[in-house]
Design a protein around this ligand. Sequence first.
Ligand SMILES: *Cc1c(COP(=O)(O)O)cnc(C)c1O
Length: 409
Amino acid sequence: MTLARGRPLRTMPGPSVIPDRVLNAMHREAPNIYDGELIDITGSVMRDLVRVARTEGRVAVYVSNGHGAWEAALQNTLAPGDRVLVLATGRFAHGWAEMARTLGVEVEVLDFGTERAADPGRVEARLREDREGRIRAVLCTQTDTATSVNNDIAALGAAIRAAGHPALFMVDCIACLACEPFEMDAWGVDVMVSACQKGLMTPPGLGLVFAGARAREARGRLSRVSPYFDWKPRFDPEIYYQYFCGTALTHHLFGLRAALDMLAEEGLEAVWARHRALAGMVWAAAEVWAENGHLRPNVPDRAHRSVAVTTVRTAPADADRLRDWCERQAGLTLGIGLGLGSGSATAANEIFRIGHMGHLNPPMLMGALATVDAGLKALGIAHGGGALRVASETLAAATAERPGLAVAE
Ligand SMILES: *Cc1c(COP(=O)(O)O)cnc(C)c1O
């Protein structure tokens, strides 16, 4: 027997749930790529993307996933032999660092572990030591999707300025653009990379790179940039096809247009607030599950947690069993553990992740939490009881229309 009928729910995290409106916008004939609607849509998508990033800067859209956006950001700002400082709070910062190393960039990693945010004080101190200004850029993730640590980008930007250091500030918002508050210009971010398949609710395939004025200047210093990744013609196209260095990404543009419409209709602040409220339900449930010690949210301090994804640690093998049960019995896909090994080769089986980014509402998320809760029971995995009640109370408190109304015992 399996109960997994109806719509499956993917909380992997990413690709996130794709709204019907986005899918429907993509279900159409190939358009004219020289004239008409597509050209107008492209301009409006570029305009709305920079609004979502809160920047007066520019955006380039690549046919790629997030890794392509990583590479594009590095290709346009750094030359072999340049040095970067990577603030690591999980697998994804290390991944970006490895890519920089492969491109001949000297990488220095400030490792903050896997359970807390990067410390702006340490970043400022390190930059103050760099008197000759050898460090060209500071790289970090806003949310690291493996650990679910969220970095305080405003504070890190302030630390770089406080050190009086000229390094570019480059931030990976692939997991959390349109989930976490993000203010590219106000926080002093020079380059931001993202992709369309998480908070932007569109099937994987678009890598996004945003650049402010200082980053665009840095491009001018380089003697050679990979022609496909070069952002210059994409920022200032003389002819339409330069936006994409070739055929336009027709159906992805239609899909992303629909997703951006949905974000604009909801309002970005409301989108952020919804993510915070939904994350609160997950945190409440995970903290109750943790009450007997075998299971715990990976990030102890709520202030360091992402509102887009939650990483949970279990006893060895339990996470694998739970993921398998949720998929098979319930049609719920949980995320696997990434780069959080405690030393053994099987450490990934001690971790599951719940993505809570994008097109989600309380019944979807309550369903996911109830399914995990039932899975823990069905598999005999020890956990604190009453998680769903606390998640429901958290939801009620976040949306209360009659504050103070007692919850019946
Ligand atoms: C998903 C993700 C990536 C990688 O994106 P791909 O589309 O898989 O290449 C990089 N960084 C972060 C923070 C992510 O969440």
